[in-house]
Design a binder for this molecule. Structure first.
Ligand SMILES: [Zn+2]
Ligand SMILES: [Zn+2]
Length: 134
């Protein structure tokens, strides 16, 4: 993903596109593995010695508040981040621990919600064994 596009996306949300913020967004967009703060910090810190875990955490919180990323929780207390903000199912392989996006898997929840209910966010997780492990 090119830097100009990322900078434009951040500016559109009134976030100053600092080098660290851009790197964090780029990592998420290019690694759709639903990383945790730790994964992102560990991957970026060798190239960015001034980056701190707190910066990663605060940046992601800012991104999720303005809808640039979504947070997902599959395991208790383990917050993961996803640059794909569309509604989609997540599949966690219990053997290798990878989390896969199951694209195109959600029909509109409005199809089955009772009258008067409005869905804002859908989050469904499936646990099982991926093709590489079965
Ligand atoms: Zn697997
Ligand atoms: Zn996802």
């Amino acid at each position: 993903m090119n830097q100009d596009k990322i900078a434009a996306m951040l500016e559109e949300k009134n976030i100053r596109p600092s080098i660290q913020r851009m790197a964090i967004y780029k990592f998420l967009a290019e690694n759709p593995v639903h990383p945790t703060v730790d994964t992102i910090y560990t991957s970026l810190s060798p190239k960015m010695p001034t980056l701190s875990r707190t910066t990663v955490y605060n940046t992601l919180r800012q991104f999720s508040e303005c809808g640039l990323v979504q947070t997902i929780t599959i395991e208790d207390g383990e917050l993961r981040y996803d640059a794909d903000t569309s509604n989609h199912l997540h599949f966690k392989c219990t053997k290798c621990g990878k989390i896969f996006d199951i694209a195109g898997s959600t029909g509109s929840p409005q199809d089955f919600l009772p009258h008067g209910f409005t869905a804002k966010k859908v989050q469904t997780n499936i646990w099982g064994t991926c093709s590489g492990c079965s």
